[in-house]
Design a protein around this ligand. Structure first.
Ligand code: SF4
Ligand code: SF4
Length: 297
């Protein structure tokens, strides 16, 4: 399996702290934060030296991290940084501050195209708050990716109504994720690959505004970049190829910055991941490895 010797894109979980408790959340703890200014300086310097193409700051909820604005200040607009957030803690003032630091790319999560469906998964009042904040972001011409995690409960709503919502809000990209039952819950089940393909076909057929639609591993041009050119830097300072599978593929802790590249290339978790991808690229190449872990048609 060919891969880059240093990742091109890094998803940096700067905290595991979060103000929500979504029903599908795979986190088992919400207080992990091992960063400090010294470590942040070293990571940013390394990523700049290695010419990383893009960083997504996420969590948990990145706006709950006391380091968010320090990271942006240290970066000083050198690396392209986007934010993946649950969207509830944004305010016009925070958006101004983020824009000042060069952040214009936002990934925001909703797990339904209407308040009752989304709020069942993510909590009361979340849909309206997030929609309000998306409207503010649009006022400032931000690029917005709407991320939706599909499960048996919200499948029909997303199938029927997500494009309307996306068009109404002026969303730039719709990203669909599988619900992976890592922490099993009694509220819903994962969908099948057949249902995912039906969803994909419906969205593509009705995509009159030609917005970008991204599905897990359905992008045959690039496939899934996990462990190939994408890396997750976890809040406990380990690294993983895919954030949904950190329980299974996680390096040892990076106590010294030189270990970042060493672990990316040599840690057992990454060797195992790439080896599994190799067996996965022929007839099953359209499927997501995370989804394959837990369910299949
Ligand atoms: S917003 Fe994200 S981290 Fe927070 S509870 Fe929901 S899924 Fe978990
Ligand atoms: S394995 Fe699936 S969930 Fe993980 S990064 Fe790839 S497409 Fe995404």
């Amino acid at each position: 399996m060919e891969y880059l010797t240093f990742p091109l894109f890094i998803t940096w979980n700067i905290t595991s702290n979060c103000n929500l408790r979504c029903k599908h959340c795979f986190r088992s703890e919400y207080e992990y934060d091992m960063l400090n200014k010294k470590k942040i300086n070293k990571f940013i310097d390394l990523f700049i030296t290695k010419q990383v193409n893009g960083i997504i700051l996420t969590g948990g909820e990145p706006l709950k991290s006391k380091h968010l604005f320090y990271i942006l200040k240290k970066n000083n607009k050198r690396l392209k940084i986007g934010i993946a957030t649950n969207g509830t803690l944004l305010t016009e003032e925070i958006i101004h501050k983020l824009l000042k630091h060069g952040v214009k790319d936002f990934q925001i999560s909703l797990d339904g195209a209407s308040a009752p469906i989304n709020d069942y998964v993510r909590g009361n009042g979340v849909f309206d708050r997030v929609v309000t904040n998306i409207k503010i972001l649009k006022k400032y011409n931000c690029h917005i990716t709407l991320a939706m995690t599909v499960n048996s409960f919200n499948y029909n709503d997303i199938l029927e109504n997500s494009l309307n919502l996306v068009n109404k809000l002026g969303i730039n990209k719709l990203r669909i994720e599988y619900y992976i039952p890592i922490n099993k819950n009694e509220y819903f089940e994962p969908i099948t690959n057949t249902e995912m393909i039906k969803l994909y076909n419906k969205l593509e057929t009705n995509n009159k505004n030609r917005i970008l639609i991204q599905l897990p591993k359905f992008d045959i041009r690039y496939g899934c970049g996990a462990g190939i050119y994408n890396c997750i830097l976890n809040s406990d300072l380990t690294i993983s190829p895919c954030d949904l599978l950190t329980h299974k593929y996680k390096s040892k802790r990076i106590n010294n910055i030189d270990l970042f590249q060493k672990f990316w290339n040599e840690d057992e978790a990454f060797l195992k991941w790439r080896n599994e991808l190799k067996c996965f690229t022929c007839k099953e190449k359209f499927k997501c490895l995370a989804f394959k872990e837990v369910k299949d048609d």
